[in-house]
Write a protein that binds this ligand. Structure first.
Ligand code: GLO
Ligand code: MG
Length: 346
């Protein structure tokens, strides 16, 4: 496998999923968290990402004291394994109180729940010695346009983020945009929306973003452009690399699996922006195919990292001078072919 020390890698327990989809049950036996951590360690990844209830299962029914002791026990387990907690994300899409949205629910009791749950998520992050939480705003949007007041919803989102920033003066928040699924239309569909929202909060310096390749593609955008945009504001604090074959359900395919050239351009964008140099991680938010056998359960993660590292080599050996000549001559047909030849190799 190609070696590179610039990048540190990460995935979450949900990336070793069991094969369930909306139309059918698991296709692999349910595995424990400890098994998943062991796989991560065996694969030589550096960090794990968490939902609050991956860290403290059944979190809503746990007291603050229980939350503290369970999160601390997990921290010890991670320390013993030499693994860091990269991020913690409040899972705001399972509970009945989040049916009609979490921070943007029409019901004030539900909005209150969502905020309280997020503050507890920050507590979990603190116990895990992690200063970054991720907000994937799964249900902040609508199925029926007229069911919510989108103007008010922006205020609700800012209010929720402000409460989090006030709860912990050191916590940073990375917003992970996605244009649809589970909602028909989400309120924060792109990085531009996420960064605009950040400017409205009480401490914009502590609000940044996370780009997921598939989510950018679902928004009809090029993930590499999203990376450059976020980096030009110094706001790309985490990353979910994966792939997506066009506009359909969120596929979370292995990185580069659908479009190698789009993947290459993401790696080039990361390289030119020095992503990873301030300690940021490359996470793969990828899932095994439903057909995957137990003995191949971790292949999608290994393959994603392998493709990523091979593309780093491709980015570093890209014939830049030749490309610049073609650009100066506006010979984009030749430039196009240069890229293809470089990717195909000899
Ligand atoms: C789903 C998202 C999801 C988040 C995760 C962390 O489409 O990509 O996997 O990344 O829940 O917040
Ligand atoms: Mg993601």
């Amino acid at each position: 496998m190609p070696k590179d020390t610039t990048y540190k890698f990460c995935f979450g327990p949900w990336n070793l999923s069991e094969g369930q989809d909306p139309y059918g049950p698991p296709t692999r036996p349910v595995q424990s968290f400890d098994w998943k951590l062991e796989q991560l360690k065996k694969l030589g990844f550096d960090a794990m990402m968490f939902h609050d209830d991956d860290a403290v299962p059944d979190i809503d029914n746990k007291s603050d004291a229980q939350l503290k002791s369970e999160a601390r026990a997990l921290k010890k387990k991670l320390d013993d394994a030499g693994i860091v907690a990269e991020i913690v994300a409040p899972r705001l899409w399972f509970d009945p109180r989040t049916i009609d949205g979490a921070y943007t629910s029409n019901d004030p009791k539900c909005r209150k729940y969502a905020i309280e749950r997020s503050l507890r998520c920050i507590d979990v992050a603190n116990y895990l010695d992690c200063d970054l939480i991720v907000l994937w705003l799964a249900r902040e949007g609508s199925y029926i346009r007229e069911s919510k007041n989108a103007r008010k919803c922006v205020d609700y989102l800012v209010e929720a983020v402000d409460k989090m920033l006030a709860h912990d003066k050191k916590i940073r928040i990375a917003i992970e945009p996605k244009p649809n699924e589970p909602m028909d239309l989400a309120y924060i569909p792109t990085i531009g929306h996420a960064l605009a929202l950040a400017t409205q909060t009480s401490d914009p310096k502590r609000v940044g973003c996370l780009i997921e390749s598939a989510h950018a593609i679902l928004a009809g955008l090029d993930p590499a452009d999203e990376i450059d945009f976020a980096c030009s504001f110094g706001k790309l604090w985490s990353l979910h690399l994966n792939d997506q074959n066009g506009l359909k359900f969120d596929q979370d395919k292995p990185f580069g699996s659908a479009n190698l050239r789009v993947a290459f351009n993401q790696v080039r964008a990361l390289e030119r922006n020095g992503y990873g140099k301030k300690g940021e991680y490359v996470a793969f938010d990828v899932h095994p195919f439903r057909t995957t056998k137990v003995e191949h359960w971790t292949a999608h993660l290994e393959n994603s990292r392998r493709t990523f590292l091979r593309l780093v080599e491709k980015a570093r050996t890209y014939p830049e001078a030749e490309a610049q000549k073609l650009i100066a001559d506006r010979n984009y047909a030749a430039l196009d072919q240069l890229v293809l030849e470089h990717l195909m190799g000899k």
